[in-house]
Ligand binder design. Structure first.
Ligand code: 5GP
Ligand code: ZN
Length: 113
C-alpha cells in the first residue's frame, strides 16, 4: 500500500522514532503525543483497522497487543497504561492502517467518549 502513511513508515520512506521492532510489528512515537508516553503499535502488514481483523490475520493483531505490553514495560509504565484502537469515522480513525495507541505516564482521564 504505497499510498498508506503507516506502510510508508514501515518501509522507512517516512522517518519515525522507533521504540520496538520485530518481524511482525513496529512501535514508534506518535507525532502529536496526548500523554507523556504515546506510542503507536502497528502490524508491518497492511490491515485497515480492527474491522478488518479476521481469523486469518488475528495472530498478527494479537501479536500487536503483546507488543503493546512490551512497550509499556520498556517505557516503565508500571503504574498502568491504556491501549486504544480507533476504528472508522465515528471513532475518529485518521490513518486507515491498524494501530494501537499505548498511552501512559500520568493518571489518564476515565472519559471514553
Ligand atoms: P488515529 O486518529 O487514526 O486513531 O491515530 C493516528 C495517529 O497517528 C494520531 O495520533 C497522529 O498524531 C499520528 N500520526 C499521524 N501522522 C503521523 C506521522 O507522520 N508520524 C507519526 N509518528 N505519527 C503520526
Ligand atoms: Zn498501510
Amino acid at each position: 500500500m504505497s499510498n498508506c502513511l503507516f506502510c510508508r513508515i514501515v518501509s522507512g520512506e517516512i522517518p519515525s522514532t522507533k521504540v520496538y521492532e520485530d518481524e511482525i510489528c513496529l512501535a514508534f512515537r506518535d507525532i502529536a503525543p496526548m500523554a507523556p508516553t504515546h506510542v503507536l503499535v502497528i502490524p508491518k502488514e497492511h490491515i485497515s483497522g480492527v474491522s478488518a481483523v479476521t481469523a486469518e490475520n488475528a495472530a498478527i493483531a494479537g501479536h500487536c497487543i503483546a507488543v503493546c505490553a512490551k512497550v509499556a514495560e520498556l517505557e516503565g509504565l508500571e503504574n498502568g497504561f491504556r491501549v486504544v484502537s480507533n476504528c472508522g469515522d465515528d471513532a475518529g480513525q485518521t490513518v486507515p492502517h491498524l494501530h494501537f495507541h499505548v498511552l501512559g505516564g500520568r493518571k489518564l482521564s476515565l472519559e471514553m467518549a
